[in-house]
Design a protein around this ligand. Structure first.
Ligand code: FEO
Length: 392
């Protein structure tokens, strides 16, 4: 493929990974992904921003055949999907200096064994001139690792944001054409990657606020040539309040917990609360993570097995604890055969969640009329709190 023009003197030189279906051996990628590297040509210097995932190194190598000189390589983020082809680039352009944050320098030396003399570390806010173009580096920690930064190309008002505002989409269009599709993919990406660092992301958003961005060029997915809507979406995900929504991940072994889930769902809907169910035996955890971005209440449906919660419910609790959604309320429902410590075990798995735990409803065997009444009371409690806190 030929390099593709993003703006005057700015080119995309990335790789589209149509086939990939899993990231970090954990995160589903239903739409594949891209690894976006960019070339910025100034009148005096040329810069490569990031690289591609190592399995696609040959694609980047092919673009570089026609590039006579690279003065600087910018590594925004040490994770290998962007940094993994740096060794090839640095071998090919022995004169190039590698520009990073001091933290990224250490990580790249550890992860890729890049020799120290190749690095030049940049300060937060530092600018470098390429002749007729100027790059400004802005530290943006925790998007997605602690060492991350972004680059602002002043003359073209383009933000090269790396993981920030990224989306896992493989597409042949360079720019966003289907905002609905990208919104969904970007929200999935935010939920899985950014949500745990929401307060830091908020500070990073504030840091970007003074810049009049004409484009955002992330390292995954398509380029935003009309970035206002994705900035608004991030503001909602980061600082917007929880929604009038119950997220109800559950697992059922013999149908009792499922009956409770269905009864509670009906009771919540009757009280004007939206509900999203996720059967943990078959669910896409990315969809679950997206729902957690907006959840007002999380209710985990967990049958008891081997004296504790079903392992899929325990996995879900562990995941929610890691993702740190903003939902302020949580409860547990489920069926047991003869006893166990399901609620206690689940409570021990969510120390990061600052939630009020609403009265759990556990029943022995099939739910009885009294159990259904308890589920109705739980629905009352949820609806009442959502109303009180103005969740919309
Ligand atoms: Fe796309 Fe955190 O790497």
């Amino acid at each position: 493929m030929n390099k593709r023009k993003v703006a005057e003197g700015v080119f995309w030189m990335g790789a589209v990974d149509w086939d990939r279906r899993l990231f970090d051996s954990l995160i589903p990628l239903p739409d594949g992904t891209t690894y976006n590297a960019y070339l910025v040509e100034g009148s005096e210097k040329t810069v490569l921003l990031d690289t591609v995932d190592p399995p696609m190194v040959r694609e980047l190598e092919a673009y570089l055949q026609d590039i006579p000189r690279i003065d600087f390589v910018v590594s925004h983020h040490a994770e290998q999907d962007h940094s993994g082809s740096l060794p090839m680039v640095l071998d090919r352009f022995p004169e190039a200096k590698l520009l990073t944050t001091p933290k990224a320098k250490g990580m790249l030396m550890d992860l890729l064994r890049i020799p120290e003399p190749r690095f030049v570390t940049v300060e937060d806010g530092e600018r470098i001139s390429l002749g007729n173009r100027t790059l400004r580096f802005l530290y943006t920690p925790w998007v997605h690792w602690p060492e991350t930064m972004v680059t602002y190309l002043e003359e073209e008002r383009i933000l090269f944001s790396c993981d920030f505002f990224g989306s896992h989409i493989a597409a042949s269009d360079l720019f966003v054409t289907d905002k609905g599709r990208v919104y969904e993919a970007a929200k999935r990406y935010f939920a899985e990657i950014m949500m745990p660092f929401r307060s830091v992301i908020e500070r990073n958003m504030e840091k970007l606020a003074p810049y009049d961005l004409r484009m955002i060029a992330p390292s995954h997915g398509q380029v935003y040539d009309d970035p206002g809507w994705i900035l608004d979406a991030y503001r909602d995900w980061v600082t917007g309040g929880p929604h009038n929504l119950v997220v109800l991940p559950f697992v059922s072994m013999h149908g009792s917990t499922r009956r409770m889930v269905d009864s509670l769902t009906s009771a919540l809907i009757a009280r004007g609360v939206r509900v999203e169910l996720f059967n943990l035996a078959v669910t896409d955890i990315g969809k679950l993570a997206m729902a957690l971005v907006d959840a007002g209440t999380i209710i985990l449906g967990a049958p008891t097995v081997l004296a504790g919660p079903h392992p899929l419910a325990a996995y879900c609790a562990f995941l929610a604890n890691a993702l740190r959604p903003k939902a302020p309320f949580l409860s547990v429902i489920g069926s047991y055969g003869w006893g166990g410590k399901t609620v206690e075990t689940l409570a021990g798995l969510i120390p990061n969640l600052k939630v009020e735990v609403l009265d759990p409803v556990l029943c022995k065997g099939l739910p009885s009329p009294a159990d259904y009444e308890a589920l109705d009371r739980l629905a009352d409690a949820v609806a009442g709190r959502h109303r009180k806190h103005g969740f919309a």
